[in-house]
Design a protein around this ligand. Sequence first.
Ligand code: GLP
Length: 236
Amino acid sequence: MKFITVDTYEKLSRQAANIISAQVIIKPDCVLGLATGSSPLGTYKQLIDWYNKGDIDFSSVTSVNLDEYVGLDGSSNQSYRYFMNKNFFEHINIDINNTFVPNGCADDLVTEGLNYDRHIEELGGIDLQLLGIGLDGHIGFNEPDRYFVKSTHVVDLHESTIKANSRFFANEDEVPKQAITMGMVSIMQAKKILLIASGKAKYDILKKAFYGPITPEIPASILQLHPDITVIYSEN
Ligand code: GLP
């Protein structure tokens, strides 16, 4: 594991964008696993900037996102599909048909999960998975539990996650109570993982996740077993 600490969010974003752009340059038709939340916003901004300067070409890239709220479709501006379109995809030359986010409005969410995993497998797996980390140690929406869940599945969001994510909604009651998230197999089978976290509030959970015991009670701790993971932490 490579653990990099920097002092500012700008530096974190630049380093993360560097790793992603290196992946795209080395393998133009790569599969990027992408994440939402505040942490990757600066990274996406930096990548857009380099795209505008002509330094990166996303035309052959495929992306698969980690998760989506149950009951929100792409037209809802709190959905993760909307987040990805507005904050990244609409500003680069990725083919929108090659961008995938689990469908939180599917009639049968179990089948949706199985199909999502099968699709990732058919794509040849994820080359580089970008991750954030929740304050309770969740990755994607894999919440603390008694066991690690392997496949893409529906999860009941924990109270603390609903509270943390309510900042994106008018109020806490509007936050969906469930999400569909990639499970640990697709994440752990990614060839490379890049986890980014910023701010002092994330420090304790990072320490527990990467230097404590591997336990489903801290889902991100499973990443200690990954052979090629880089963590970038910025204090501010
Ligand atoms: C959400 C997302 C996660 C993300 C986490 C942390 O719950 N489902 O994928 O890592 O929030 O978000 P932030 O980067 O805003 O702290």
